[in-house]
Ligand binder design. Structure first.
Ligand code: GRF
Length: 201
């Protein structure tokens, strides 16, 4: 089971998946990590794990279409069964998403469908929520709107800052994301007519 991971930053979710593969929990292999930011911390994590890395700097491309076309080409060369977005901070074009639909997943820091988009932790605090969390979902052209595979919730405590809440949510992300990648690699996640079914045998 061939996995490609797309990152932009520190790569703590990437690390969690690397660790799960190394522990034998995910029956697959990370074939390559592709990053749009030169020098991103996640690249070092991949290199330490002996994983092939590639930097595709978006600033070298005239527009989103051209960038995504090259990204798609580079990805297809890896023949991935699954493309994992792990803090890849770019909106992907409809063409790209359509091409990889069904094998493209993302982790979003909210209990979707609540709080799509950015700054979810602060927005949840400001709204007086008592719960927040993270969702792993299939990616569709509409942002943060694809079918949810799994979610994990955490409490919001009185006086929480966005930073503290983010740490709490991220700890859950690092448990949830490798677990979902494992289910998919095991063939236990079925996407049918835009709905997700889990086979828990
Ligand atoms: C994660 O918190 C995830 O929810 C969001 O981007 C962040 C990436 O963090 N999509 P990291 O690079 O995995 O540390």
């Amino acid at each position: 089971f061939r996995i490609a991971v797309l990152i932009s930053g520190g790569g703590t979710n990437l690390q969690a998946i690397i660790d799960a593969v190394a522990a034998g929990d995910i029956p697959g292999r990370i074939e390559r990590v592709i990053c749009n930011r030169p020098g991103a911390g996640g690249l070092t994590r991949a290199e330490h794990a002996g994983i092939d890395t590639e930097v595709l700097d978006h600033r070298a491309y005239a527009d989103r279409e051209r960038y995504d076309a090259v990204l798609a080409e580079r990805l297809e060369a890896i023949r991935p069964d699954l493309v994992v977005l792990a803090g890849f901070m770019r909106i992907l074009t409809d063409g790209f998403v359509t091409r990889f639909m069904g094998r493209l997943i993302n982790i979003h820091p909210s209990l979707l469908p609540a709080y799509r988009g950015l700054h979810t932790h602060q927005r949840a605090i400001d709204a007086g929520e008592t719960r927040h969390g993270c969702s792993v979902h299939y990616v569709i052209p509409e942002l943060d709107a694809g079918p949810v595979i799994a979610q994990a919730a955490v409490p919001i405590h009185p006086g929480d800052t966005a930073e503290r809440l983010q740490d709490r949510v991220q700890a859950m992300e690092h448990r949830l994301y490798p677990e979902v990648v494992r289910w998919i690699a095991e063939g236990r996640v079925v996407l049918r007519s835009g709905r997700v079914w889990l086979d828990d045998e």
